[in-house]
Write a new protein. Structure first.
Length: 278
């Protein structure tokens, strides 16, 4: 019993949990959600336009400071599955072999691994991880209702242009709330597929490549049908309540902290610009 409970706990710990709000009393949590969204967009555009190793290091230090200030523990980080780690390693090796970079080159048997290609891949990987960390910090420090309300507030100027901002915000809010449900459906379907495979006879337990792709196709089709079913149920519930309405969440007024956050983001963008000339 003890071993089974430990295995169950380890399996639960390996599950990837996203959009999890971590309730802490920190300056990052007290910021308006719109401030964090605007800062995220500005910083993402800045690091994309001025990408370099110097800029990535500065941006990473800034994200580390923000993470420490937020008080979110390291355990909140999602645990990546092994297959994803192996895929990243394989992609790096493949990039090193097929890259157009010239020197330096490492010869491993008949293969030539170009260090320049590995450096480019490492730069792209670091950039991707920092963007993901930005999104994680936003999800850790902001409730979903506040995000939808902030987007509705930020979209008010576009209503004058005749854009259906209310519809877009409702779709965005429902999509955010539906992603965890779809992930849970996928976990249940994967667990059912695993149980079905375990009850096969011993001589049928070997898995071929065709069966792996077939299982993936079955999971994908089941996930699509589940998403369509949930969307239909949600639309019927919305029609019963009179259709979509204005998204109203817990509104927070901008304060001096938000102004200081904008100034800090501007300073970081200025430092990123300076790194181009170093």
């Amino acid at each position: 019993m003890g071993n089974k409970s430990k295995q169950k706990q380890s399996k639960q710990a390996k599950q990837i949990v996203i959009f999890r709000f971590v309730d802490k009393n920190s300056p990052i949590h007290s910021l308006w959600a719109g401030t964090k969204i605007i800062s995220l967009i500005v910083l993402t555009v800045a690091i994309t336009l001025m990408i370099s190793w110097q800029a990535l290091i500065v941006f990473g230090i800034f994200l580390g400071i923000v993470w420490i200030i937020s008080g979110v523990p390291v355990g909140a980080l999602p645990r990546l599955p092994r297959w994803l780690i192996y895929l990243i390693i394989f992609s790096g090796i493949l990039t090193g072999i097929t890259s157009d970079a010239t020197k330096p080159i490492i010869h491993i048997g008949a293969a030539q691994i170009k260090i320049g290609g590995l450096i480019t891949f490492a730069e792209f990987l670091m950039f991707s991880l920092e963007i993901i960390l930005c999104l994680l910090i936003l999800s850790w420090t902001t409730k979903l209702g506040e995000v939808a309300d902030a987007i509705s507030t930020l979209g008010k100027p576009f209503r004058r242009l005749g854009l259906p901002v209310t519809e877009y915000v409702n779709v965005f809010a429902l999509s955010l709330r539906g992603i965890p449900l779809i992930l849970e459906e996928l976990r249940l379907l994967a667990a059912a597929e695993k149980q079905r495979r375990m009850h096969k006879p011993a001589f049928e337990t070997a898995i071929t490549v065709r069966e792996i792709f077939q299982e993936g196709a079955n999971l994908l089709s089941a996930a699509i049908s589940s998403a369509v079913r949930r969307a239909a149920e949600m639309s019927e519930a919305m029609q019963a309540r009179g259709g979509y309405s204005e998204v109203v969440g817990v509104r927070k007024h901008t304060s001096k902290k938000d102004f200081f956050a904008f100034v800090l983001v501007a300073c970081v963008c200025l430092i990123l610009l300076v790194t181009l000339f170093i």
